[in-house]
Design a protein around this ligand. Structure first.
Ligand SMILES: C[S@@+](CC[C@H](N)C(=O)[O-])C[C@H]1O[C@@H](n2cnc3c(N)ncnc32)[C@H](O)[C@@H]1O
Length: 253
């Protein structure tokens, strides 16, 4: 149960809709073994995933969350917000400043020997390869029975991770359409994928990475991509940077 006083405080800014927040909360409250080590990438201002993961850990009476955020000013505001929004759970939280691919290897090395991740939530940058890199770093250290969630499963951000994980036979995954953006939930069921499933996932990823628009984004300088994107009509720019699903959200039938 989440205590009454925690839900009546002034809201702090955060993303994810109410159904997604409730889904994450429930996964932590109802986990067969209460999560002890939780990690998230992309806290933003803290009022979405971070606050709801923390409140659930607090209600469980156990667990610690490490939250990675790459933008300095957002990171600082998020820390202030979490102190105000969840003072009772602040000792369960360690913010980590930087890009996930820099921060996670160091954080993983800092885990005591034998410790593994119970719960991970990926919601960082919009480049679909980032979730793949984050998954590759974290997956070996997620315990069997552990949960990985990733936001924007139907968007550009998650468009490679979803098919990639679905082909790995040591994960059971599903996308929940609680918003237009989609939420991936995957349970780790075995330590390693079979060689065949790993190869199939890698093959699929290599093919997906050949998509012309992603090749352009990968090989052209980011300043040039930014210039081109800014010159495009807003709808097209949003489709390219966020994914085609955004068009349905912007213009519901
Ligand atoms: C969509 S927002 C996260 C929303 C948040 N999970 C919530 O529920 O409110 C994405 C955040 O990830 C951060 N970010 C982007 N790329 C990142 C990276 N590579 N590593 C860590 N944080 C990143 C951005 O600065 C931004 O604050």
């Amino acid at each position: 149960m989440i205590a009454e006083n925690q839900t009546t405080r002034p809201p702090i800014e955060g993303q994810l809709n109410a159904a997604e927040r409730a889904f994450i909360t429930k996964a932590i409250l109802e986990a067969p073994i209460k999560p002890r080590i939780a990690l998230e990438v992309g806290t933003w201002l803290g009022g979405g995933s971070t606050l709801h993961i923390l409140r659930a850990l607090q209600a469980n009476g156990t667990g610690h969350l490490w939250g990675v955020e790459a933008s300095k000013d957002i990171y600082e505001k998020m820390i202030t917000n979490i102190r105000a929004g969840a003072p009772e759970a602040v000792d369960r939280f360690t913010p980590l400043f930087g890009f996930s691919t820099d921060v996670l290897p160091v954080w993983l090395k800092s885990l005591p020997p034998g410790e593994a991740i119970d719960f991970a939530f990926l919601d960082g940058g919009g480049n679909p390869y980032e979730q793949i890199e984050e998954f590759r770093l974290l997956a070996p250290q997620i315990k069997i029975g552990g949960v990985l969630m990733a936001h924007d499963a139907r968007m550009r951000k998650g468009k490679w991770l979803v098919p990639y994980v679905s082909l790995l036979d040591n994960w059971q995954s599903e996308v929940f359409d609680l918003s237009f953006a989609g939420l991936l939930r995957a349970f780790k069921v075995k330590a390693q994928p079979s060689e065949a499933s790993f190869r199939a996932a890698e093959r699929k990823l290599n093919v997906m990475r050949l998509e012309p628009i992603e090749l352009i984004a990968r090989f052209l300088p980011s300043w040039f991509c930014g210039l081109v994107l800014r010159a495009l009509p807003r709808n097209l720019m949003r489709r390219l940077t966020l994914g085609p699903q955004i068009a349905k959200h912007d213009n519901p039938a």
